[in-house]
Design a protein around this ligand. Sequence first.
Ligand SMILES: *Cc1c(COP(=O)(O)O)cnc(C)c1O
Length: 394
Amino acid sequence: MNDHNNPKDATLAVWAGETGPLWENATQVPVVHSVSFGYAELAHWAKVGRGEIDGHIYSRNTNPTVRAFEEKICRLEQAQAATAFASGMAAISNTLFTLLAPGDRIVSIKDSYGGTNRIFQEFLPRFNIAVTLCDTTDQKAVETAISQGCQVLYLESPTNPTMKVVDIARLAAAAHQVGALVVVDNTFATPVNQKPLKLGADLVLHSATKYLGGHADALGGAVCGPQDHIRRIFHFREINGAALDPMAAYLLLRGMKTLPLRIERQNKSALQIAAYLQSHSSVEQVFYPGLDTHPQHAIARQQMKGFGGMLSFSVKGGYPAVEKFLPQLRYAHRAANLGAVETIVGPPATTSHVELNARQRAAMGIPENLVRYSVGIEDIADLIEDLTQALDSI
Ligand SMILES: *Cc1c(COP(=O)(O)O)cnc(C)c1O
């Protein structure tokens, strides 16, 4: 594919990383389960080993199926390079441990993903890395923290589970003034709705387990960005061993072909559901960046193409109402993941913030009567009817 024809996301989702010739003229990327790759000639083997010519040596380092997945996400994020991981958390931890050294400081927001928050609170401090977590929606506070000097600014938008939106372009500019690298977790938005690199981020990472794969049947992660940074992160990963399994890479590749289709539908359905919930008397508050009542709606409009398939809402009657409401839903898995073709629901206590206790969740401003709702691709009328009967039963 040449540069000047500039294919759009829906085309890239299908074709990027899948250009042959493939083994035996296969049209689909084969799952190469081979751990190692053999060479008849030592000189050839050595050149591959030194990276002078294309090829693979050992699947902890590189693998053809994994490479196709890396190419697809790389093109969708309009990055120079990408490297894949066994999970989203592996992408996050490997990236942070590559970029940071003892004595460094990282600035982030309070509403990061639960596992990421654990890295900030539990692991980075053990390596004498200072962590400053700012109020997620207080852009001035983040800018002040950045101006005091840091090596990395780590952002997530929209956030999990209260769907706060941070101004990526504004904060990235502040970080670049102090020479910091900007890392954005783009799991919730996906490259279809938001392109952090275009907004000024240096690196964008994903839990591919969620929307990219889209079918809740494979774990994976990826980080995309400039060649030099990705090479360093890849090197850390190949030694530390958080390699993506080829079968998972295949499932993620297959899922990604329909990513733009799924996201288009989920954007539309989530907006309708958010508006519907807002009008329901059993609902206290709805959190969705697409609503014009959302406090950061203007920023969301500026940096997102669509507002995504994730929303959350609090129900009247506290946690007991949540306990009554959730089992009534017919078209929803009560489960910890998100971003799949099926609708998935759960309270933060057993989903996004299972790693924290009730006191820690309260400190993060996450109400116990909150329901996280990951909109699937089901018929919108069925989903709304399902919500209606479940809410009416509270
Ligand atoms: C799920 C998730 C992760 C972690 O990904 P895993 O694949 O489960 O390791 C990181 N960030 C966000 C925003 C997520 O939703």
